[in-house]
Design a protein around this ligand. Structure first.
Ligand SMILES: Cc1cc2nc3c(=O)[nH]c(=O)nc-3n(C[C@H](O)[C@H](O)[C@H](O)COP(=O)(O)O)c2cc1C
Length: 192
């Protein structure tokens, strides 16, 4: 069974992106995956600094996050768009997990051949379309396989109910298609 790790780039209370990734997690389960949903709030890590890394090594929570990435075949990531790009929170976690903790560890072990489905939600009209482009580029550059489908939810304040359920039928259908493609691509890559 394909193992999917689902997380968002926001730790805000009531985050639209965390709600979106939780809806996507349900869709991925329906598509046949085993899904683990996390919040980056539980993996708080300092802003990356090479000097501190040399002196103290990788912080425990960064190691735990990296290990989760290693242990899963595929990721579902929903990211806020901050000034047209990804939030520092998400980039910092990605950066920490890109670092080796021993000389014999392969390069980019947390990312190589991982299959990733991207999403964004924004209260604005563009739905975070711009962050999807830069996040796709970033993740492909660190050896991940970002699937062609992606989902952006515009006017997000009107698209979730009080329990965080995505109520927009078009967006729900898009999550179904995204997660089906994610699971199918991960199965093919694992089989190869
Ligand atoms: C520093 C900052 C920059 C932002 N820039 C953008 C932007 O470029 N595009 C956009 O659609 N929303 C932008 N927003 C609004 C976010 O989309 C909004 O805060 C959203 O709710 C964040 O996602 P979350 O609900 O998952 O926390 C920005 C918000 C902040 C705090």
């Amino acid at each position: 069974m394909v193992k999917v790790l689902a997380f968002s780039g926001s730790t805000r209370n009531g985050s639209y992106n965390q709600a979106l990734v939780e809806n996507a997690a349900e869709a991925a389960k329906a598509a046949g995956a085993e899904v683990t949903v996390i919040s980056l709030a539980d993996y708080a890590m300092p802003i990356f600094n090479e000097d501190e890394e040399s002196e103290y090594g990788m912080p425990e929570r960064a190691q735990a996050f990296k290990q989760l990435l290693i242990d899963h075949d595929a990721f579902l990531i929903a990211s806020p768009e901050y000034n047209s790009s990804y939030p520092a929170l998400l980039k910092n976690a990605i950066d920490w997990a890109s670092r080796k903790t021993s000389d014999d560890e392969p390069m980019l072990a947390a990312y190589k051949d991982k299959v990733i489905g991207l999403m964004a939600a924004s209260p604005g009209g563009l739905g975070g379309m711009r962050v999807l482009a830069v996040l796709r580029m970033l993740l492909q550059n660190i050896m991940s396989v970002v699937i062609p489908l992606q989902v952006s939810v515009a006017n997000a304040a009107d698209k979730f109910d009080d329990n965080g359920k995505l109520t927009d039928e078009t967006a729900r259908k898009q999550l179904t298609n995204l997660t089906k493609q994610l699971v199918s691509m991960a199965q093919k890559l694992n089989a190869g």
